[in-house]
Write a protein of this length. Sequence first.
Length: 222
Amino acid sequence: MAIACSLIMFLALMLALVGHEYIHALTGYLMGDETAKRMGRLTLNPLAHADLVGTILLPLVCILSGAPVIGWAKPVPFNPYNLRNQKWGPVVVALSGPFSNFGMALVFLLGLKMALAAGLTPFNLLAIFFTDLVVINVVLGLFNFIPVPPLDGSKILIALLDHPKYRRLLFFLETRGPLILMVILVLDLFSPVPILGLIFGGAVNFVFSAAGLHNMLQAVRC
């Protein structure tokens, strides 16, 4: 059962990541940039978005170790100079990703409610799959709002600080962003009060409670 639940979580993560990156590519294309399309990223094919470490190796290690399944996909490239709105266009392209996750979370939440109403039990693998899809999409969407490169939320910060006096700060963030993000995650992981964990957990609980499914979230255990 534990292996099945880990595989289900892996599939849910892949679906959330692929949907996220596909919407990035589609939004960029609709706003005038064909970079993602030319590079074969305007597709729902998981292989086009897979990253060897983030999409395959790390989730596999998590499954084998029994740890929560985490991962990432290859970022979708786009040329901001091809966008019709060069100041706010990158923000729209960036935020389309996390908002797609929120949209998917809503769709699968409704699917879960319909399945339960039809008689599905919380311990059914399909119910667990839907639950994982909602949780992962909510967390992934919120996580990408952190305003640190290379996350999507950084594009808002870059647009707001579009002034020569902030050039050095932006350069520092863009070149040191991954390291800063790693430090934030490690500090939060070992903090006695994990702020990100509380935010993500609170958001997930709110979504399920608002849908009248708080007991469902508590019941689903692998």
